[in-house]
Ligand binder design. Structure first.
Ligand code: SF4
Length: 401
C-alpha cells in the first residue's frame, strides 16, 4: 500500500503550499461544524476551489466536521454534507457516530474518517467503527509502536496515525482546562493551550511545588521521523501532520521533509542514515518548538515534558518570493525576518535540496541599496542562484544565526 502524507491547511495559500510541496492529501475545516474555530476556516466557495486545485494535482481533500454536536449543531448539517459531496470532497473527518450515520445516508459518495477525538486505541473500537461503515480511523496519539504493530496485524480498517505536530496533555482534546480558565472550548477548537502555562501548586498558604510548567506534558511537539521507517513497514493508510494554525513556511518545510523520507522508502524499501539525516534537517528548518517522538517509543511521556523552557519562534524564515525575472536571475522578495548584506541565505523549493547564496546586494523598490532587511513586508530585489516562484521560501542558513 502507498502510505499517504496528509497535511493541514489553515487557508487557501497554505493548502496550495502543502500540495505543491508534496502532500498526498490535505485537511481543513469549513466555517461550520469544525474544530479549530480560530484557524481561518474555508467558506463553501473556498471548499469548491480547494477541491478543484487539489484534484488538479491528483491529491485528495478531507473536510473536518469534528464538533462534538449538541442538538442545535445539526441545523443545516444535512445540506452542508450534500454540498461537500457535490463539490467532490473525498472524505469528512468526524468525531460523532450521529454525524457518521447522517453522512452515510445523505452523502454516501464521501468517505467518513473517524477523528482522533474518538481516542480509538484498540481493535475492539476499530471493529465497532468498521460495523458502522467508517472508511478510515485516525488512531489516538497515545498508541505506541508495539501497540500499533499489534493493531495493524488484527484489523483491515484503514488506519491513519499522527507523525508530527502538537501534543495534548490529556487524551487528545478530552480536556476542559482551557474551558475553565479562559472560557475557550477545546472541543470547539478554541483551546488556549492552558496546559502549557506556568503554574505553582499551593495548598492554603503553603507553596507545595514551584516546578514551573507543572502541566506541560504537551510542551514538546511530536516529530516521529526516527520511527517513520517502522511505521511505513506497517502499511498504515495515512501519516498525519497536525497544525492548521501553523505558517506556510512550517507547512512547506515539514511536508517537504516527510515527502523526501517517504519517497526514499517507497523507492528503495529503506531509508539510509544519510537520507534520515537530510530529512531531519529539512524537518527541523520549520520546527520552532522542542520535539520528541510522542508515544511511539512507549508510554514514558516524561521526555515530552519541558519544564522551564518557554519556546520562542524560529527566525530562520526571512522572506517569501513575490516574483522572479529569469533574464536577470533576480527575485522580488517580501521580508519576514531580519537579515543583512553578507548573510548566507538558502532558497527552499519543493522536491529539491536547498541552494545557498551570500547576499551581496539588495535594493528597495526605488532602486536604493539596502544593507539591512529589518522592515517586515518590505519588498526587496535580490539576485538568487536558482529559479524561484511564489511557492519558494528564503531562510537564513543556521550557522549564521
Ligand atoms: S489545554 Fe492542553 S491538554 Fe487541554 S485540550 Fe488544550 S492542549 Fe490539550
Amino acid at each position: 500500500m502507498k502510505t499517504e502524507l496528509l497535511a493541514p491547511a489553515g487557508d487557501m495559500a497554505r493548502l496550495k503550499t502543502a500540495i505543491i510541496y508534496g502532500a498526498d492529501a490535505v485537511y481543513f475545516g469549513g466555517k461550520q461544524f469544525s474544530l479549530r474555530s480560530r484557524a481561518s476556516n474555508f467558506t463553501l466557495e473556498d471548499i469548491r476551489e480547494a477541491v478543484e486545485f487539489a484534484h488538479g494535482y491528483g491529491r485528495r481533500v478531507y473536510v473536518t466536521v469534528n464538533i462534538i454536536p449538541h442538538n442545535d449543531d445539526f441545523n443545516g448539517l444535512e445540506e452542508y454534507l450534500k454540498k461537500l459531496e457535490e463539490f467532490g470532497v473525498d472524505a469528512i473527518i468526524c468525531a460523532s457516530q450521529a454525524i457518521l450515520t447522517l453522512c452515510k445516508r445523505v452523502a454516501p459518495e464521501m468517505e467518513v474518517h473517524i477523528s482522533t477525538q474518538q481516542t480509538t486505541i484498540n481493535t475492539r473500537a476499530l471493529s465497532y467503527w468498521k460495523d458502522k461503515n467508517a472508511d478510515r480511523v485516525v488512531l489516538g496519539r497515545e498508541v505506541n509502536l508495539k501497540q500499533l504493530e499489534e493493531i495493524m496485524g488484527k484489523t483491515d480498517v484503514p488506519i491513519e496515525v499522527f507523525i508530527h505536530g502538537g501534543m495534548c496533555a490529556n487524551y487528545s482534546g478530552r480536556c476542559t482546562i482551557s474551558n475553565l480558565l479562559t472560557n475557550r472550548d477545546a472541543n470547539r477548537g478554541g483551546c488556549a493551550h492552558s496546559c502549557r502555562w506556568d503554574y505553582h501548586l499551593w495548598h492554603d498558604e503553603e507553596l507545595l511545588d514551584r516546578d514551573d510548567y507543572l502541566l506541560s506534558l504537551g510542551s514538546r511537539d511530536m516529530c516521529a521521523a526516527e520511527y517513520l521507517e517502522d511505521i511505513l513497514k506497517l502499511d498504515v493508510a495515512s501519516l498525519k501532520i497536525e497544525g492548521r494554525m501553523k505558517t506556510a513556511f512550517y507547512i512547506a518545510s515539514i511536508v517537504r521533509g516527510y515527502r523526501y523520507l517517504i519517497d526514499c522508502y517507497q523507492k528503495q524499501g529503506y531509508i539510509s542514515d544519510r537520507q534520515k539525516e537530510k530529512g531531519w534537517e529539512m524537518l527541523m528548518l520549520g520546527t520552532n518548538r522542542e520535539v520528541f517522538a510522542g508515544f511511539y517509543p512507549g508510554f514514558d511521556i516524561s521526555k515530552g515534558q519541558l519544564y522551564n523552557f518557554p519556546t520562542t519562534a524560529s527566525q530562520n524564515f526571512v522572506a517569501n518570493v513575490v516574483s522572479y525575472d529569469r533574464d536577470s536571475s533576480e527575485a522580488v522578495i517580501e521580508v519576514r525576518n531580519h537579515f543583512e548584506k553578507g548573510d548566507t541565505l538558502a532558497v527552499m523549493n519543493p522536491y529539491q535540496e536547498d541552494v545557498t547564496f551570500i547576499v551581496d546586494k539588495m535594493t528597495d523598490t526605488d532602486g536604493e541599496e539596502v544593507a539591512v532587511a529589518n522592515r517586515p513586508l518590505q519588498l526587496l530585489r535580490i539576485k538568487v542562484p536558482v529559479e524561484v516562484n511564489e511557492y519558494t521560501f528564503v531562510h537564513l542558513v543556521k550557522e549564521q544565526l
